[in-house]
Design a protein around this ligand. Structure first.
Ligand code: PLP
Ligand code: COI
Length: 354
């Protein structure tokens, strides 16, 4: 594989790291490759970050043929740069692509592409603890026809955004509204895939939640609206009466890499973690009985984010007095120290780049 490189003539300036926020600033370059049936993936290139041009009939613009990933490049105190479990993201990209009938990528080649791209953008990896270069690989179908057919042409792009905290609250507890009207996914649908359509369909509920002062919604299952699934951009975990529980991967929720890592860390620490169905009634009963000890979300952008307040059918419940719980804090500390290189990586999750 050869990657052509065209260097930008207009390098940008990194904003002060304390003002980064999430996904607002972009690095100088982007990676692009194209796919067609005859050539497979071809024309690998790193080019100056710029707008892209699409045929107005491109499949992605009409039929939502798009999947994406999210992972971060972290800088350690010694200046080295690393990724966290990138192969998990690459495998999930392929699983999402398979669901949407988009072409798969060669996993080893994709890892090499990510490494090369991060090396090119190394100066955009911020230095402060808690900041990182968020990488957003995405793939879309761009056949130039309005017919609804299997995709024959696609493009994969990686853009990078130096980022701080996802929520304006940082590690402080966020407010989450349990959604009882709209649903995000059903079994047999695309819930387990990271595809743009899932997020488009989630926006209305998210907007309603924001109006009420809540950061995101907590989805219930799409059939019975009874079982807890996940939050807009995070998986969820609860500590109920001493038991750590998280919704099982039933096909309608995203198999989060942070979720998987948290379960592995918790089991390593000796906690029992149950992956099972959790009904909203069980959660409400636990809150009313004072047995919901902690609730938190897990995600690449959000890391480990305590949930301080839940609302269900206009009733509000405070969790742990809106303080960060012990398990939540422990998970945040362990994961972030592995990611930013403050602790030995005994799990073998780190992929060193420079
Ligand atoms: N669930 C949804 C809907 C998400 O968008 C994300 C973020 O990627 C997650 C869960 C968490 O996944 P991960 O930990 O792999 O980032
Ligand atoms: C991530 O955590 O990487 C995500 O993709 C969340 C995103 C939808 C903002």
């Amino acid at each position: 594989m050869e990657i052509r490189f065209t260097k930008t003539k207009n390098p940008g300036v990194m904003p002060p790291e304390s003002q980064l926020g999430f996904g607002k600033v972009f690095s100088d370059h982007m990676f692009i490759m194209d796919y067609d049936e005859e050539h497979g993936w071809h024309d690998h290139r790193i080019v100056p970050f710029s707008n892209i041009s699409l045929h107005p009939a491109s499949t992605v613009l009409h039929y939502g043929a798009e999947v994406f990933e999210g992972l971060k490049a972290y800088r350690t105190d010694s200046g080295s740069i690393r990724l966290f479990r990138p192969m998990e993201n690459i495998k999930r990209l392929n699983s999402s692509a398979e669901r949407l009938c988009l072409p798969l990528v060669d996993e080893e080649e994709m890892l090499e592409i990510l490494k090369t791209f991060v090396k090119t953008e190394a100066e955009w990896v911020p230095h402060s603890f808690g900041t990182s270069l968020y990488l957003r690989p995405f793939m879309f179908g761009n056949d130039e026809t309005l017919g609804v057919h299997t995709i024959k042409r696609a493009t994969l792009i990686i853009i990078a955004s130096p980022s701080g905290s996802y929520y304006k609250e940082g590690i402080n507890p966020v407010n989450i509204m349990i959604e009882s009207e709209d649903v995000r996914a059903v079994k047999g649908g695309t819930g387990y895939a990271k595809c743009g359509g899932n997020y488009g369909a989630s926006t209305r509920a998210g907007a309603r939640a924001e109006k009420k002062g809540y950061s995101q919604v907590l989805w219930l299952d799409g059939v019975e609206r009874k079982y807890i699934e996940e939050v807009g951009a995070m998986n969820v975990m609860f500590k109920i009466d001493g038991e750590i529980v998280t919704p099982a991967l039933t096909g309608s929720i995203l198999p989060g890499i942070t979720r998987k890592s948290c379960i592995e860390v918790l089991r390593d620490l000796g906690y029992k973690v149950s992956e099972r169905l959790i009904s909203v009634d069980e959660l409400i009963d636990a809150m009313k009985a004072g047995k919901l000890e902690e609730a938190w979300g897990t995600g690449t952008a959000a890391v480990v984010s305590p949930i301080g307040k839940l609302m269900y059918n206009d009733e509000e419940f405070l969790i742990n007095d809106r303080k960060i719980g012990e398990v939540t804090q422990k998970l945040y500390d362990i994961l972030t120290s592995i990611q930013w290189g403050k602790t030995e990586d005994k799990f073998g999750w780190i992929c060193e780049i420079i």
